[in-house]
Design a protein around this ligand. Structure first.
Ligand code: NCD
Length: 371
C-alpha cells in the first residue's frame, strides 16, 4: 500500500476549520485534500471502528479494540524481525514527533515508548527532570503542556500526581491545535498502556487455551497503591468468565473503587492473604512490588514479604501451564532463579510493552492499515 500523506494534521480543530473552508466536510481532510491522520474526538468508549485520540483511562477500551491492538502488536513484532520489515515500519511515521514528559522515575515505560516511536521512524523529545524545564521559573503546568503541543504530534506523560494526564487532555481539547495525550502512569491511580501490554501478554500466553476468557488470574502484592493492577482490573470487563483472586498483605488490599467496578460488571473476585491456598487454581499470577515510595511511616517494611513472594516452592505448586507476570521493577517478591522457568513471563511482558505501544501509536495516527 502507498504511504498516505500525513501532513498538516494540526489543522483538525474547529478553530482551524473556521479558517480553512476545505475543512468543512469531512474533517479528516485538510486544505490540500490530504488525509489528516490524527483523530480529534476523545471517545467516551474506544472501539475498533472509532478513531483513538487521548489514552487516559483504561475503562474506555472495548473488546474489539483490545483484540485489534493485540493482532496489530503481533503483526508489528513479526514484521520487525526482518531488516526489510523493520525498515518498512520506520517509514510509517517519519514526519511525526513525540514528547516524552516523564517527571516520575521510569525505565521500561519510558524506554519502550521511546523505542516504539523510533520503530515507526518518529523523533522524540524528552523532559524527565522538571528542574530542567521552565516549571522552575514558575511556568504553569498548563502552559508547559501547551508548549509541548506546539512542537510535537503526541504527548506521552508520567507524573507523580494523579489526574495530570487527564488535565492535559482537557487542556488539549480546549485549544486550536490539540495533540493526543497518552497517560504513561498517573500517580498511584492508572497506567492504561501497561494494562494493554498485560492483556497482550495474557492473550499470547493463553492463545492455545481459548485466550483470556474463563481464566483465573491472581494479583499479588501492594494492590492498594499499585496502578498497574488497578488498570488491569478495569480491562477485565471485556473477558467472559474471568475470575480474579487478590492476594495482598493486610492494609494493602485492592481499593474499594476498583472492587465496586468489578461488582458493577459482574466480575467475581476473592481476597486472601494466603498464596498457597489459591495458587493451584491460578492460570496467571500477576506479582507486584511494595510501592514504598508512597509510604508515610515506612509501612511497607512491616510486611512479611516472604508470604507474598514467588520462589521454587511456589513454582512447584503453580500449574504446569500457569504463568508468572510482573510489571517490573521487582524487589524481593520474585526470586531471580524463577527467571529460568518457562512459566516466568515478565521479560517477555516487558518486551511486549514496546510492540503494544507501537500498535497504540499506529492506531492514534490512523496508520494501522499500513501493517
Ligand atoms: C510499574 C509502574 O511504574 O507503575 N512499572 C512499569 O510501568 N513497568 C510498576 C511499579 O513501579 O511497581
Amino acid at each position: 500500500m502507498l504511504p498516505r500523506q500525513v501532513t498538516m494534521a494540526h489543522l483538525t480543530t474547529d478553530a482551524a476549520r473556521a479558517r480553512c473552508s476545505a475543512f468543512e466536510t469531512p474533517s479528516r481532510y485538510n486544505l490540500c485534500g490530504m488525509v489528516t491522520e490524527v483523530a480529534r474526538e476523545t471517545p467516551a468508549s474506544a472501539n475498533a471502528s472509532k478513531p483513538l485520540f487521548h489514552i487516559i483511562d483504561p475503562r474506555i477500551f472495548e473488546r474489539d479494540l483490545l483484540d485489534d491492538l493485540c493482532d496489530l502488536a503481533t503483526r508489528v513484532r513479526t514484521l520487525a524481525k526482518s531488516e526489510e520489515g523493520a525498515r518498512a515500519l520506520r517509514d510509517i511515521l517519519p514526519t511525526r514527533r513525540a514528547m516524552l514528559y516523564f517527571t516520575q522515575p521510569s525505565t521500561r515505560t519510558f524506554l519502550s515508548f521511546n523505542n516504539a516511536c523510533h520503530v515507526l521512524g518518529m523523533c522524540t523529545s524528552e523532559i524527565r527532570d522538571p528542574a530542567t524545564s521552565s516549571e522552575v521559573k514558575g511556568e504553569s503546568f498548563a502552559d508547559s503542556i501547551r508548549t509541548f503541543s506546539s512542537y510535537v504530534d503526541v504527548i506521552i506523560m508520567r507524573t507523580r500526581e494523579p489526574g495530570r494526564a487527564a488535565q492535559a487532555a482537557r487542556l488539549m481539547d480546549s485549544i486550536p491545535r490539540p495533540v493526543p495525550v497518552i497517560n504513561a502512569g498517573s500517580g498511584s491511580d492508572q497506567h492504561p498502556t501497561q494494562a494493554l501490554l498485560d492483556i497482550y501478554t495474557l492473550a499470547r500466553s493463553f492463545s492455545e487455551r481459548g485466550g483470556i476468557d474463563g481464566k483465573v488470574i491472581g494479583m499479588m502484592g501492594d494492590l492498594k497503591r499499585g496502578r498497574t493492577v488497578r488498570s488491569l482490573c478495569y480491562l477485565m470487563r471485556n473477558y467472559v468468565g474471568v475470575r480474579l483472586v487478590f492476594i495482598a498483605p493486610e492494609h494493602f488490599a485492592m481499593q474499594d473503587d476498583v472492587k465496586a467496578y468489578l461488582e458493577d460488571h459482574d466480575i467475581p473476585y476473592t481476597e486472601t492473604q494466603n498464596l498457597a491456598d489459591v495458587l493451584p487454581d491460578l492460570d496467571a499470577l500477576y506479582v507486584t512490588r511494595m510501592q514504598s515510595e508512597w509510604d508515610s511511616a515506612n509501612e511497607s517494611r512491616a510486611v512479611d514479604l516472604t508470604r507474598f513472594s514467588v520462589g521454587a516452592k511456589e513454582l512447584a505448586i503453580l500449574k504446569s501451564d500457569g504463568i508468572i507476570m510482573h510489571p517490573l521493577p521487582r524487589g524481593a517478591e520474585i526470586d531471580p532463579a524463577v527467571d529460568d522457568d518457562p512459566r516466568a513471563m515478565y521479560w517477555r511482558q516487558e518486551r511486549n510493552g514496546m510492540w503494544m505501544r507501537v500498535a497504540v501509536l499506529l492506531r492514534i495516527f490512523r496508520m494501522h492499515g499500513r501493517v
